[in-house]
Design a protein around this ligand. Structure first.
Ligand SMILES: Nc1ncnc2c1ncn2[C@@H]1O[C@H](COP(=O)(O)OP(=O)(O)OP(=O)(O)O)[C@@H](O)[C@H]1O
Length: 295
């Protein structure tokens, strides 16, 4: 079944005056959806609002046509959530903790509970560690455990908030492959500040910054808009301010002691620039740059 999550005009101002969400509207269907944005953009605020852990000041969320605010228990029954911070893991075994969480999720039938837990432990490659305390797990194992608990009860909507932070490359790959497998039949929203996470996995995405959606669509299509407009050059670090003031500089990276810059321009900015194929990272930085210029 195709599921749809419709987010309409969500806004949230915290009591300290921070505007974390500003008229956010997105429609999300089955598959992997990447919510990309810098630290403090409002990603966790949006994830927590969709998970019904906090309410927006204005706006509405619909899941398969029903407004979720009206029926919070309905969204909870179809939701799997992996928060950014899980807090302190208790010193009990992975199996026992999943068992406890399955009961909280309302999986009352004990045979069904055992079947699901065993299946999830296999799927997340944790079955051989099921008797170990979750508090003794490595970062990658914890995140996989986090996905196992989020998948209890076969959710149709899965939210994972910055799941790859702190994982080594191998663990990150394993974790992202697991998400991609799951994302085929349900909605998975992956919130991240890493462009690579979105580029590798997501069919749809949105860029959030300062509480606003700056752009949304298919990553490849969005990137195409910049084709023929990205120019690279290697410079000395001290030349950076000069290039910054003369051109629309969208990124700079230190490479083997030199600085590689990317400039956005309709035409070659000079003979010593080489044209490069636009990447999602170029698009992301270009969009963030436009927001800074406008504000
Ligand atoms: N409970 C709160 N009370 C006050 N301000 C908050 C609260 N939660 C978040 N904020 C502020 O709202 C803004 C958005 O925060 P949020 O955590 O949603 O962003 P984020 O994109 O998830 O960032 P990060 O990746 O750094 O967690 C930030 O300026 C943050 O300091």
């Amino acid at each position: 079944m195709n599921n749809s999550l419709e987010i309409q005009n969500l806004s949230k101002i915290y009591s300290n005056g921070v505007k974390a969400l500003d008229q956010v509207s997105i429609t999300i269907e089955n598959g992997m959806f990447g919510l990309l944005g810098p630290n403090g953009a409002g990603k966790s605020s949006l994830m927590r609002t969709i998970a019904m852990l906090q309410s927006p000041d204005t706006g509405a969320i619909f899941f398969n046509g029903s407004e979720v605010q009206q029926k919070p228990e309905k969204i909870r029954s179809i939701l799997g959530y992996l928060p950014q911070e899980f807090g302190v893991y208790p010193g009990i075994s992975a199996w026992d903790l999943l068992h406890h969480m399955a009961i909280l999720k309302g999986i009352d039938n004990s045979a069904e509970r055992t079947k699901q837990i065993n299946q999830l432990l296999h799927q997340t490659n944790l079955f051989q560690h099921r008797k170990k305390a979750v508090s003794s797990f490595s970062g990658g194992m914890r995140q996989r455990f986090g996905i196992a608990q989020a998948l209890l009860g076969n959710p149709k909507l899965i939210i994972v908030d910055e799941p790859t932070a702190g994982l080594d490359p191998e663990e990150r790959n394993r974790f992202l492959n697991l998400l991609a497998e799951i994302g085929e039949h349900v909605i998975v929203i992956l919130s991240t500040h890493l462009v690579d996470d979105v580029q590798e996995l997501c069919t749809q995405m949105a860029i959030l910054s300062q509480g606003k959606i700056l752009s949304q669509g298919n990553p490849q299509n969005l990137t195409k808009n910049l084709n023929g407009k990205i120019w690279a050059k290697t410079i000395e670090k001290q030349q950076l301010p000069d290039y910054q003031s003369k051109f629309r500089l969208i990124s700079s990276k230190l490479m083997a002691g030199k600085t590689k810059i990317h400039i956005e321009s309709e035409k070659a900015p000079g003979t010593d620039f080489e044209p490069v194929t636009a990447s999602l990272e170029d698009f992301y930085f270009s969009i963030l740059q436009s927001q800074i210029t406008q504000s």
